[in-house]
Design a protein around this ligand. Structure first.
Ligand code: MD3
Ligand code: FE
Length: 209
């Protein structure tokens, strides 16, 4: 048992197995139209170990020359991203407590040896909206700290069907994935882990009075 930072809401097993299977099928459809690609780090061009794609009107991408950014098209095919599956829009309406739908859904695929170093998500213009994360497939060890890199962190094991809502004070917290636990789920025939993050990207509309 760990105490998570303020603003982090971990909902273990929120998605029942049947919904997880439907979601995997929906993501297979996304990946057919928008293939997973190998993102590279700004400036160094070093390859990330996670494979990525997106759905939604905007997708998060990174490469050597362009750096971290959101754009409306796939970086390899130059085609618009496919729409966010209805199941995920319903989940956002259920848990986000935010009056606008997500614009981006980043799809991260982890093989057994993939990881994601500690980082902040700050490429969005709206930090008032939460990020909603869905885990599918093998378990991982997720770690989240504070808004400064040297702040203490806590680790939590995420399992298939877990939903995490990251809002408020946690929205700009450092976080990452330290490891995957291979063969801990039978959801994906070939193993591995999928993480979906639903995000608002654009600045929030001016409050109409
Ligand atoms: C905390 N993904 O895509 S999901 C990412 O499991 C990312 O693939 C991880 O970090 C993954 O940027 C972690 C949980 C998560 C997502 C977004 C956050 C935690 C967050 C944004 C702010 C703070
Ligand atoms: Fe992140």
């Amino acid at each position: 048992m760990v105490i998570l930072p303020r603003g982090v809401r971990h909902m273990p097993g929120h998605l029942p197995p049947e919904l997880q299977r439907e979601l995997v099928e929906a993501i297979r459809g996304v990946v057919r139209r928008a293939p997973l690609y190998v993102p590279t780090m700004p400036k160094t061009g070093k390859e990330m170990s996670v494979r990525m794609t997106n759905c939604g009107t905007l997708g998060w991408v990174t490469d050597k020359d362009g750096g971290y950014r959101y754009q409306p098209v796939h970086p390899m095919t130059n085609e618009p991203w496919p729409p966010i599956p209805a199941l995920l829009l319903s989940l956002w309406r259920e848990v986000a407590a935010y009056p606008h739908l997500p614009e981006a859904c980043l799809v991260n695929f982890y093989e057994a040896d993939a990881r994601m170093g500690q980082h902040q998500d700050r490429d969005e213009a709206d930090f008032s909206a939460p990020v909603v994360s869905v885990s599918l497939g093998d378990d991982c060890l997720f770690r989240i700290g504070g808004t400064r890199r040297r702040d203490p962190s806590v680790s939590v094991r995420l399992t298939s069907g877990d939903v995490v809502v990251l809002g408020g004070e946690s929205r700009l917290a450092f976080h990452g994935v330290d490891r995957i636990y291979p063969s801990t789920s039978a959801l994906l025939k070939q193993g591995g882990r999928i993480n979906l993050t639903l995000r608002r990207v654009s600045a929030p509309p001016i409050l109409a009075l």
